[in-house]
Design a protein around this ligand. Sequence first.
Ligand code: IMP
Ligand code: MG
Length: 181
Amino acid sequence: MIMEYKVADVLIPEKEIAKRVHEIGEKIGKDYAGKDLVVVGILKGAVVFMSDLVRAIPETVNVSLDFMAVSSYGDSTKTSGIVRIVKDLDSSVKDKNVLIVEDIVDTGLTLSYLVKLMHERQPGTIRVCALLDKEERRKVSVHVEYKGFSIPDKFVVGYGLDYAGRWRNLPSVHIVEVLEQ
Ligand code: IMP
Ligand code: MG
């Protein structure tokens, strides 16, 4: 059977995302006012969200940016939760306030691994921000302090999220439809 995929309905329109991102930015602004904050984006999915989010954080927070890239070990359909660091942080986060920014939390395995790894680097504080959350799919619990939207168990693309590397550039979040032929 040949499987084809197409981008279907808009799940979260561009304008709704922008509104929510601003709300989260302001909340972060209140929580970290007068403090330093290292915003750590998880490549590549989080870059679109992160670039909008950091511009929504007021200047009362002393923001710096860093990035990590991870890839799952082995069979990607059976997430082991063990991720390989493809790109590590540029700077030490020891005693710093760290905010990990992810595109989506699915099983929670990737994030829980990343949080554990980050703890070993002894930051002052660690919090997690994710644009999307598929709560139904959770296998391990992860505390997401700043969450954009809870979504149903559907595969989504756009606003940084991809299917096989595609569709990250769409301004809205869309559901991917599987066409069986
Ligand atoms: P987890 O370890 O199962 O929570 O997987 C999280 C990762 O899976 C995210 O960082 C995404 O890269 C990917 N992912 C999960 N669901 C989707 C989706 O609906 N669209 C695009 N990527 C997804
Ligand atoms: Mg990702």
